[in-house]
Design a protein around this ligand. Sequence first.
Ligand SMILES: Cc1cc2nc3c(=O)[nH]c(=O)nc-3n(C[C@H](O)[C@H](O)[C@H](O)COP(=O)(O)OP(=O)(O)OC[C@H]3O[C@@H](n4cnc5c(N)ncnc54)[C@H](O)[C@@H]3O)c2cc1C
Length: 399
Amino acid sequence: MIDFSLTEEHQMLRDSVRDFAEREVGPIISEYDKRQKSVYPQVLPKMGELGILGVCIPEKLEGSGLDYLALAIVSEELERMDTSLRVIMSVHTALSSLSLYQWGTTEQQEKYLIPQAKGKKIGAFGLTEPNTGSDVANLKTKAVVEGDEFVLNGAKQWISLVEVADNFLIFAKLGKEKGYRGIAAFIVEKEFSGVSTTSFHDKLGIRTGDTGEIILQDVRVPKENLLGQEGEGFKIAMSALDNGRFTVAAGACGLIKASIDASVEYCHERKAFGQEIGKFELIQEHLAYMQAGYDQSQLLVYKCAWMKNQGLKNTRETAIAKWQATNHASDAANRAIQIHGANGYSGDFPVERYWRNARANTILEGTNEIQKLIQGSFLLGYRKPTSLRCTLPAYEHES
Ligand SMILES: Cc1cc2nc3c(=O)[nH]c(=O)nc-3n(C[C@H](O)[C@H](O)[C@H](O)COP(=O)(O)OP(=O)(O)OC[C@H]3O[C@@H](n4cnc5c(N)ncnc54)[C@H](O)[C@@H]3O)c2cc1C
């Protein structure tokens, strides 16, 4: 029997994250968005106190020991307020911390993962470059061995949490192997000499988050900061994206919910032709599509959460959840603007922010075209369930 009920623990988590988002972020988000001011310095310490920066990290590594459904719930509730909040779950938790958990040595976990799980340090993920996004195997950042160190040179672009992060997972070419086989992953501290960062301005959306560039100039990285083995970088990046995309999909559910909530409220308030606009069937049709998008997306996300909790491979399922949920979120935000009429086009209502934010989610963590290619290549047998993508370790619940 399939059980869709949330445990008491999951419900309490949902309520506490929702309460945090509404109380701490709700009153400021619109103004911060208009001013393009990062919300991270303000919210990260509070999220650390709440224990949500270590979701899915076992208690023995000072995480909260919660499962992947909990990660979905947190992502949904955060993005219900603003996408920049969910980005923290995707980047710090899913892409960085879970990679350190899955691939890190005991020493790396002690040094980097434990402080991240407690929220004392923030992790980020540096894969994309100025000339290479989807075509990961073609990245240009280089690592060479010099004595007991690696020396890294290159540039990373569109890196989330770039200003607040303490550690970056940097992917670079190492050794003679060509293409994806030549990629290695490195833990690079922002404080390492030769690392510099800048944050972009005037992005279409996610304006309360910081996204920017990392320049690596003769950065000396100790040998013990190689994550996994030489040549395993591509596998590490793809396994990280299996987790990151999951949070993007879950967050998209939150954006759909926010679009529905704002629209329902407006439908009752706004009158035309002598009645609430909610009485018009064409308006109800918009709401029906939004609700269908929410239900479909959440089902896909919850299925992935179940698979992840079992330690089952979930690359294809996560990819379809990310593609579908982010498309539904864009559609829902677009419909919410339509329901709001001209007011939806103004900065006085949140729905235009939802629409701008939703737009990024069909691009980041692998564009939706790439998610479609993943479906096609699995169906055609070009991508074997055993090839490249690794299996996530079974979730360890200790309590
Ligand atoms: C807000 C935001 C935050 C981000 N945060 C991070 C981060 O923290 N870390 C990080 O490493 N990156 C991050 N990114 C980068 C993101 O992952 C890349 O933008 C994404 O992978 C796409 O790469 P690209 O932009 O270079 O597009 P390109 O790869 O240049 O693609 C351009 C277009 O071509 C299409 N395309 C490419 N290849 C194919 C193909 N084989 N078949 C069909 N179509 C194809 C794409 O789908 C797209 O439509 C972020 C991006 C955004 C917008």
